[in-house]
Design a binder for this molecule. Structure first.
Ligand code: XMP
Length: 493
């Protein structure tokens, strides 16, 4: 009966419909563990991914987020080759061993050395004869010679007593060796052959990010998006070193998409994340195809219009908990994607069963997101647009269009598309590190209130109170004029 269908419809809830209820707690925010294990090889130190959107995640943001302990998902609105390059940039980002070593010949002149140093912006070069390293020369050796107007040969002024390290030397050991020998750079040898060089500066930089999310070889973690039927891209991204391949589709419960999951899974070595979905039935069908991770969210995003244009979606707390019930039985992590505005929403998403959250809006507008800062009415902004917006579907590589099962055709391509997102601007937010600090700080506070020492216990101990419109009103600052904007409570004017 139609009337029953309408009258018996479930109520769907979202973040603002609930508050987490405080529990008796021995947990202090500074002591909580925010680690999330994705599989035996991959763990994140914070439960945050960045959205695969062309105004959010390219290598620069993915590097910054991985250095904070999370993982970026490189967007696919670019050619396969360009996306592969972005993945490689992240994987090589803070590799302390430079493997494309530039060397110099002992019979080169000092002025030649200076030119190489200037052209390549480096300040020290190993001196090699054939395959043997016979010395090292630095800007400090070169400068006085050039200043005095002479031009000597490299072999006359190089340091012949070269301190080297073996390939297996750890970053800590390398640092000790460099300090003991008062050198700034250490050539790396394998079977007595030069295979790389490490500098103190790079080691210290590496150590600065103690909480970074790294693979077993110490490289930063990165994920990359592929189209639901783009096997070639999935294979190329996997080969390039992406730790997670993310099937990026507006409706992953389209049965053709579901059927193709296994084909992609069988051809990659990394984990396969599949999204987006919003129901337990979708979770069951996708888990049956051996997906490693599920991404939840149909229409909660800040720039999404799917729920308006198509009238389809499930409010996010209901969607997360429905999918999480199925995922838990299968030990599969769940990503809550879209609609996260405040750190409290992250805590609520985890309380409802998510292991991780994906942020679009919250990370768009950071220094590291793609695009320039624009100033409007004296305030700084960066652009942020839906991947189903007209701009994203017609610009870039068209990766926005097939996410929504649409094709760009003919000269009047604009009129042939049905957008499911809008284009806009978000306030400039400073660095990814500042945003993450506030977001994770708020999550820690929440876990303290709830008595959860880690993410798994947060999923278990979190209790909710259903609130009303008056409760929402009471929750936000009220009855005052905010005179000093708080970094974790932005007001958009
Ligand atoms: P937030 O709220 O963090 O959401 O800005 C980011 C997520 O929104 C999804 N997304 C879209 N959804 N139309 C949609 O309906 C779009 O144009 C669109 N673009 C992105 C996506 O899942 C992202 O992670």
């Amino acid at each position: 009966m139609f009337s029953e269908k309408v009258q018996n419809a479930r109520v769907g809830y979202t973040f603002d419909d609930f508050l987490l209820t405080p529990n008796g707690s021995y947990v202090e925010p500074k002591n909580v563990d925010t680690t999330v294990k994705i599989n035996d090889d991959i763990s994140l130190n914070i439960p945050i991914l960045s959205a695969a959107m062309d105004t959010v995640t390219e290598s620069q943001l993915a590097i910054a987020l991985a250095q904070e302990g999370g993982i970026g998902v490189i967007h696919r609105n670019k050619t396969l080759e360009q996306e592969v390059e972005e993945v490689k940039k992240v994987k090589n980002a803070d590799d302390i061993t430079i493997s494309d070593v530039i060397t110099i010949n002992p019979d080169s002149s000092v002025s030649e050395v200076q030119k190489v140093m200037d052209d390549m912006s480096i300040s020290g070069l190993p001196v090699v004869e054939g395959e043997d390293i016979i010395g090292i020369i630095s800007r400090r050796d070169v400068k006085p010679i050039i200043k005095s107007g002479q031009d000597k040969l490299v072999k006359d002024i190089m340091t012949s007593d070269v301190v080297t390290i073996d390939e297996s030397t750890s970053a800590e050991e390398a640092l000790d060796i460099a300090y003991e020998n008062k050198v700034e750079r250490l050539p790396v040898l394998s079977d007595n052959k030069l295979v790389g060089i490490v500098t103190i500066r790079d080691i210290l930089n590496h150590k600065k990010h103690a909480n970074a999310a790294r693979d077993k070889d110490g490289r930063l973690l990165v994920a990359a998006a592929t189209g639901p039927f783009d096997l070639e891209r999935a294979i190329a991204l996997d080969k390039a070193g992406a730790d997670i391949i993310s099937i990026d589709c507006a409706h992953a419960h389209n049965m053709d998409v579901v059927k193709f999951i296994k084909t992609i899974k069988e051809n990659i070595s990394g984990d396969l994340c599949v999204g987006n979905i919003a129901t337990s039935e979708a979770a069951e069908d996708i888990i049956a195809q051996e997906a490693d991770c599920l991404k939840v969210g149909i229409g909660p995003g800040s720039m999404c219009t799917t729920r308006i244009v198509a009238g389809v979606g499930v409010p996010q707390m209901t969607a997360i908990s429905d999918v999480a019930d199925v995922a838990r039985e299968n030990c599969i992590p769940v990503i809550a994607d879209g609609g996260i505005r405040y750190s409290g929403d992250i805590a609520k998403a985890i309380g409802a069963g998510a292991d991780l959250v994906m942020l679009g809006n919250a990370l768009a507008g950071t220094y590291e997101s793609p695009g320039e800062i624009v100033v409007m009415n004296g305030k700084k902004y960066k652009t942020y647009r839906g991947m189903g917006s007209m701009g994203a579907m017609t610009g870039g590589f068209g990766g926005g269009a097939d996410r929504y099962f649409q094709e760009i055709q003919g000269p009047m391509k604009h009129t042939k598309l049905i957008p499911e997102g809008v284009e806009g601007a978000v306030p400039y937010k400073g660095s990814v590190s500042e945003v993450v600090f506030q977001m994770v700080g708020g999550l820690r506070a929440s876990m303290g209130y709830c008595g959860a020492k880690d993410i798994d216990s947060m999923k278990e101990v979190a209790r909710f109170t259903r609130i009303t419109q008056s409760g929402i009103k009471e929750s936000h600052p009220h009855d005052l004029l905010i005179t000093n904007e708080s970094p974790n409570y932005p007001t958009l004017e």
